[in-house]
Design a protein around this ligand. Sequence first.
Ligand SMILES: *Cc1c(COP(=O)(O)O)cnc(C)c1O
Length: 455
Amino acid sequence: MTQNRNESPSYQLYDRALESLVGGVNSPVRADPQPTPAFVDYGDGGDIVDVDGDRYRDYIMGYGPLLLGHDLPDPVREAISETVADGPMYGIPTEIEVELAEFVIEHVESVERLRFVNSGTEATAAAIRLARGYTGRDKIVVMQGGYHGGHESVLVEGNLGDRGPSSAGIPETFAEETIPVPFNDDEALQEVFDRHGPDIAAVVTEPLLGNCGIVLPVEGYHETIRELCDEYGSLFILDEVITGFRVGGLQCAQGKYGIEPDLTTFAKIIGGGFPVGAIGGRAELMQEFTPMGDVFESGTFNGHPVTMAAGLETLRFAKDHDVYSHVNDLGKQLRAGLQDIVEEHAPEYTVAGTDSMFKLLFTREAPETFDGHCQAGCVQDPDCPRFDLCPKTGADVEAGETDRWKRTFWPAMADRGVLLTPNQLESQFVSYAHTEDDIDRTLDAYQDVLSTRDR
Ligand SMILES: *Cc1c(COP(=O)(O)O)cnc(C)c1O
């Protein structure tokens, strides 16, 4: 903390930004930090340093793209600089697009063809259009609390009986075609198919909810989606924008959980820190995209050479080094340490996450015993004494102490040099640049804050 807050460079920049950028930021979550956002000066390994000179252990990691942390390894940096030096982009094919596509196809079981776009939003919009074009149907099913970016078809909230756009500016008609259901609820999904099955183009879900706390799938849920889609001729679109090349390593979450989607969307990590998105799937489906088929998809920056170079070298680096074992081991150490802390100081809270993702959810009820409790994050084990209490849906996460999380807990952690995502809903990530010492010091901060809180 610097002198008087209103003299700090971050405060001054934010105050100035309010005159030129809407809300002072370019994406709404960036305005969440209390009381005002810090502005970054630079990244350093697993840390960031803000313009006030304060250093934080960073678990935001760009909201997901930065698997390796802030210092790109030499081969990644070199590939980026060499590609930039040749010229930024062409609108004409380059070899590097083919190489990244080949890499993804080699490692992700369900993918035979790819189309690269520029964001996760574009990827899910195109995948949904493809499903509608292929099936000739209009309806899609999404998960309450799921996130697929900011386009009309997925900004819908509510349920089968009562739903509407979740943003102003979206025609009601989009909510007629998009049906949200609670994640992990077989019966709700069955009911939607009973009512609308022959009109459903696709079910769209993340493998785990990664933008509404972290909610893992209960055993069998994705199999239910697969079976209902097969029965009714609908497509299963798996949104791996956040989990792709993070959860399950190179095989992605679909490999880890044995999910068999028809189409997969990627973004975040596959761009190595640059804007990216991708749609992948069976050749027979993917060829519905233009120029082979009739489903229009196009983009000036699609397959951008610099992005492709950054993504490819990041993934190659992850393949050739101990990246996944490193981040997953640290993630486990962090979640296990958090579990010990909450058992003592906040037994009603739930430790969530898997692999290198983690979040402490401020749920409101404690189990009667911790005997047989999940040890390094809730895995939806029916034998865990918390099974009925830990979040299964987005609504369960939102029913937690979200204000306490954001207004008191988050700033207290920031004061101790730990930068978490600024609300209870966004995931947090361990990177390859973090160390065991970082994890120990982070756990000290959690211990400090949770043991001294005012109950
Ligand atoms: C981040 C995210 C998106 C949106 O990606 P953008 O690149 O921000 O448009 C879509 N789906 C999921 C699961 C995400 O985590």
